[in-house]
Design a protein around this ligand. Sequence first.
Ligand SMILES: Nc1ncnc2c1ncn2[C@@H]1O[C@H](COP(=O)(O)OP(=O)(O)OP(=O)(O)O)[C@@H](O)[C@H]1O
Length: 674
Amino acid sequence: MTSNPEARAARRRSGPPAMDETWGNYTIMTAQTFEFQVEASRLLQMMVHSIYSNKDVFLRELVSNASDALDKLRIEALRDDSLGADVSDLHIAIETDKDARTLTVRDNGIGMSRDEVVGLIGTIAKSGTAEFLQKLEEARKAGNAADAEGLIGQFGVGFYSAFMVADEVTLLTRRAGEATGTRWTSTGEGTYTIEEVGDAPQGTAVVLRLKPADTDDQLFDYTEPWKIKEIIKRYSDFITWPIRLVTPAEAGKDGEEKAEDGDSEKPEPETLNSRKALWARPKSEVSDEEYHELYRHISHDWTDPLETIRINAEGTFEYQALLFLPARPPHGVFSHDKRGVQLYVKRVLIMEECEELVPPYLRFVKGVVDAQDLSLNISREILQQDRHIQLMRRRLAKKVLSTLKEMRAQRPEKYADFWREFGPVVKEGLVNDPDSKDAILAACSFATTHDAEKTATLQEYVERMREGQEHIYYLTGSSRSAVEDSPHMEAFRDKGLEVLILTDAVDEVWVDAVPEFEGKKLLSIAKGEAELGTEEEKEAAKAEREQQREEYAGLLEWLSERLGDEVKEVRLSSRLTVSPACVVSDTDDVTPGLRNMMRAMGQEMPESKRILEINPDHTLITGLRKAHADRPSDPSLEGMAELVHGMALLAEGGLPADPSRFTRLLAGRLERAL
Ligand SMILES: Nc1ncnc2c1ncn2[C@@H]1O[C@H](COP(=O)(O)OP(=O)(O)OP(=O)(O)O)[C@@H](O)[C@H]1O
């Protein structure tokens, strides 16, 4: 952590320190005072002046941190034999002292080095902090406490929440494997003090000097054992490590005599949590509230999950999984970590973030997988190749996808919320996981011209197809309105043919990976020829086109000559009813949308010329045909070809190749019309 710039900055702000920590051989007992990083200080002030209505949550935060620290020690000890840490009785102790008005949360977990204390506790090196603070302030000014609490949960200011109930917080910690410990103290008023301590026990103790109780302000007496029990039961019952309550009598505070009398007189500390893994308890016994607490602990997301999924796999490879679908992208704009699915082996957490358990297109899934038959010190490399893990991953993905399908049918509003946030991510799977294509498609839904409010599955689309309709039509674009107003849509609208409206960047890609659904081709209405209607209608249209083609041969040839550098063909359109012209791509050509997307990702794709279609029933085109037939060499017709082409590009949301030239030509024409 020496490289942490925030920590260095914090040190500089405090002026020259008494001694630098690089004088490693000395035990520096001098206390050094540091200023909090500006943003940390602002957050702290908010905590001190308490923005939460519910102050009890500070204990959940401290216990959650302690539990994480125990997990980390356990994992590190599994990996590193030389750590030399005692892992025989890992636990959390909560010590209350009514007389001293202190509350201590102690763990014998991984602990923190001095640099970690400075880097993690004195600063907030998370991106988006300034934005977060601004939103928080706005929510506060608007008097919206619920929003403020939601924001805090999103950002996670766990440790600082201690200042809601304490006027001084002391943290004493020693990292496993290190000789000296660190004491950190602050009243939350802009500075904190750090000193080295020679004899700190391994792990972390957070000592709170409690503010006076004020029940009107929901500030309870946190030295009361009943209150502590209530909070632990409510928020931390599922924590897998024992949480013990130690009162002065149990701690042997009354002096040495007690110890001399023998341990038998000392009451055993009470374990407050049942430690039952939720995923191992019968479904009927676990409340939503309990699931949500576990979700918060894993994800650090305050908003309740949208859906809880349980899997119990029996047989040769047994495991249980408890998965959550979040209500919004992980940490929203404040994204600062990637908490995902945790891997347990027989109730022991062995990997905090096991990417191997879910495919990338389900990376938003949070939760726990507890396997019976894996080795405790399995490495990531082995995980990646393990056949059981691969089977598990497939099963979890299948279950998540079938849950989405079921949500859509049973809880459409929740599904709609989910799909808005995560739909684009799930659709990546259509490209990256072809084996699961059908299951993914069954979970997908798409905006459509059929209903502006409701999305449709491909299944629903197919069921609604008109008689004689052979294909599934779609159009990609930047927004719903851009797609709806596109000239490509005209004939489809006229004939009442439903078109899928695809506006996510990923839509440009997956449509190529899914050529058909239930034997129906997926066709872009901006590609190829549009042949619509019944067989008779198609025949009639064809005959009419033949006739028009003769009439328009001269104009088509003239336009092709003039635009030869930019388009590969000029032809009569059967898709336009209102607009004079549009551009389309050949069936196998790359669309401009896909090209733009690839360019944004730094990948150039070869330009392919497009096709200009003109509408033989539009007065501009009929007028142009006549003008060209009457006065083929009239210089005033020059520029018309470019204007028609430029308009067609603009109509689909694109730009003419030379916009300023286009504007000059247009201005010239307009002038003549006055
Ligand atoms: N008891 C502890 N033992 C070891 N490290 C701890 C302990 N408490 C806090 N830390 C360290 O300090 C960091 C900051 O803690 P803090 O509670 O402020 O945020 P967090 O746990 O990272 O995330 P969140 O704010 O979302 O809870 C932790 O990530 C952890 O590395």
